[in-house]
Ligand binder design. Structure first.
Ligand code: FMN
Ligand code: SF4
Length: 587
């Protein structure tokens, strides 16, 4: 069924996708607000009918897709779309305890019916995050709400530090001359033309050891090779390169940083992926919560197009931005591809992998923003034995995790922001460089909502690489770090994680769809004193979610919860039935 729908979606091409027609006008400044569409319920219904006809799909299919998203308006005004202001409810702002005031001020200004919620705006370095008229604000901006509203001010003086421990930065290096930057592509595309030559370049990428930065750490060269080999090289079949810029992990803003400040590094990586796989189209799926990233990337694409027009670069590769609509699961690659097609974005079983059957059923490479951002460095100075990007890249790290990693540090640090470090760098070194913590911290939540909760006593053991985190029972993920303060009750933090999963579950598999809601209920009842938690029941629930879920949303959330149950046993114990009472069946 969904394969047929992919084919139907394909008929109108990437410039005319059902999803973008459902969501927004292509206005990049509209943020979470759908400014150009008349959104009374009847008009919305009629528009969906017309779209269903145009795409030869059932009305239920179109409605099923549209109703999934937070920021698609159904015209009833009961939805979270088209609010005048949005309050960030991500984990970092929760830990910073800034949002009660933010909400109070916004409700006083706009009325409660005009204030929505969003997870998260990626303003984790400053916290106190909110959006007005499609622009994001944070830190002390909440004191200027009246000015912002009256003057339609777009300026937000966001500030965070960007640091690196590398003598030769890879991801944080400034790009001063854009034309010169793309010269490398020009040289490589002239030097490596035949399939054998391109395979040699892929060998170099594999040799560099680059692994995907989106969380799973899959070898990038292997992924690209698999796409190259699909349907044979140089056949007239379509292939796509998709950049996953749906950075939804609360605490993470490194992809946002790259798109806002180094967009050409990301475009270059996608261009090279096109050269090495035979794809001619690059699609950047950027979350609507990042309006500035969309704006800067759009500007960079215009600059790229100008270089093509001037014949500074010879390429028929083209880029397209697709703006998301507020669904965490769209960061999962198969859900993301269905989202672009205009289908309901639920997770698909793999195989087939996207490189075999991806966007519109065509071979597709999906990579994270940071993965693409590393490519220019790797392919530089290729002919130099000692000084090639490949040899310098693989020399960083522990041999299995190579190169550098961006780490996002939230407002719990004295110097919050982005830090680029070599893989293998000690976590304690990062904390020292960030100046330690602003106030008392009892744990770090690292790697997003599905990453582990690391108590202070375990910090010494960890280095920033995939192996160290998994060997010690945690997860590097996208390497965002949120400080959990002493004042945060761990029982509340678990309830928050379950609530997030229940809200964001795509509903494809029962362990996650039902399990997350049962978990949320269990903890809410314990917190309100209605019913203590039965530890055996909870253990069964977490095991079922971990082993039985189709993707890492339902399968991953038991990790931070189990970490808390292990390391903060004494703190959460009062909310549990005692072992003696569970043995005797007492409630
Ligand atoms: C629930 C869930 C959310 C995800 N969110 C993201 C995301 O926001 N960005 C991202 O690059 N990868 C995300 N991923 C991983 C992607 O599915 C995919 O592995 C990644 O985009 C591949 O790129 P990489 O090989 O460069 O890491 C997510 C996975 C899951 C299960
Ligand atoms: S684990 Fe959750 S998000 Fe993932 S497929 Fe199952 S229901 Fe969907």
């Amino acid at each position: 069924m969904s394969k047929n729908l992919s084919q139907l979606a394909r008929r109108q091409g990437i410039d005319n996708t059902l999803f973008q027609q459902l969501v927004f006008s292509d206005s990049v400044n509209s943020g979470l607000v759908n400014v150009d569409i008349d959104n009374s319920a009847d008009v919305v219904k009629q528009q969906r009918k017309v779209l269903a006809k145009k795409f030869l799909m059932g009305e239920a299919v179109v409605h099923g897709a549209a109703s999934f998203y937070d920021f698609i308006d159904d015209g009833t005004n009961e939805h979270n779309a088209n609010k005048k202001a949005y309050v960030c409810n991500g984990s970092s702002c929760l830990c910073a305890n800034t949002q009660a005031t933010v909400k109070e001020v916004l409700v006083a200004q706009f009325g409660s019916q005009n204030v929505g919620h969003v997870t998260c705006l990626g303003r984790c370095a400053e916290n106190g995050a909110f959006q007005i008229n499609g622009n994001n604000y944070s830190g002390s901006d909440i004191t200027k709400v009246k000015q912002i509203t009256d003057q339609s001010s777009t300026a937000s003086n966001e500030s965070f530090q960007v640091q690196t421990t590398l003598a030769e930065p890879i991801l944080t290096a400034k790009i001063t001359d854009v034309a010169k930057y793309y010269q490398l592509f020009d040289e490589l595309s002239k030097q490596f033309v035949t399939k054998n030559e391109l395979e040699h370049l892929l060998d170099k990428l594999v040799e560099s050891g680059l692994r995907g930065r989106g969380g799973a750490g899959f070898p990038t060269g292997v992924k690209w090779r698999s796409c190259l080999e699909e349907l044979g090289f140089n056949e007239q079949s379509e292939k796509y390169i998709v950049c996953n810029a749906d950075e939804g992990d609360a605490g993470a803003f490194s992809d946002r940083y790259l798109l806002e400040h180094r967009p050409h590094a990301v475009l270059f990586g996608m261009l090279m992926a096109g050269l090495l796989t035979g794809a001619k189209t690059g699609v950047l799926y950027i979350r609507a919560e990042y309006p500035e990233a969309i704006k800067q990337t759009k500007q960079a694409i215009s600059e790229f197009d100008q270089l093509i027009l001037n014949k500074t670069i010879l390429s028929d590769f083209r880029f397209k931005i697709i703006k998301g609509a507020g669904a965490y699961i769209c960061g999962e690659e198969t859900a993301l591809l269905r989202s672009i097609e205009g289908q309901r974005p639920v997770v698909s079983v793999r195989p087939p992998f996207p490189t075999q059957s991806g966007l519109f059923g065509c071979p597709t490479v999906v990579n994270n923003v940071e993965t693409f951002g590393s490519i220019h460095f790797i392919f530089s100075e290729l002919n130099s034995e000692q000084n090639s990007g490949v040899s310098k890249y693989k020399a960083l790290g522990n041999g299995k995790s190579t190169g550098s990693k961006l780490v996002s540090l939230d407002g719990a640090f004295v110097h919050p922001g982005i830090i680029e470090v070599a893989m293998g760098t000690r976590l304690t070194t990062i904390i020292e460089l960030a100046g330690g913590f602003v106030k008392g911290i009892k744990a770090l939540h690292i790697g997003g909502p599905l990453g582990g909760v690391v108590p202070l006593c375990e910090i010494e053991k960890l280095t920033i690489d995939f192996e160290s985190f998994s060997d010690n029972g945690f997860l590097l993920g996208h390497a965002s770090i949120i400080g959990i303060p002493q004042s945060m009750k761990m029982i509340d933090y678990i309830a928050h994680l379950f609530e997030f999963t229940a809200l964001e579950s795509c509903g494809k598999c029962y362990p996650c769809q039902i399990g997350s809601v049962r978990g949320q209920e269990m903890f809410e009842q314990a917190i309100t004193g209605k019913q203590s938690i039965n530890p055996e029941l909870l253990s069964d629930l977490l095991e079922t979610m971990q082993l039985g879920s189709l993707c890492a949303l339902g399968g991953g959330v038991p990790l931070p919860i189990n970490n808390i149950l292990t390391y903060f046993e004494n703190e959460v114990a009062p909310y549990f039935l005692s072992k003696k009472s569970t043995a005797t069946g007492e409630q």
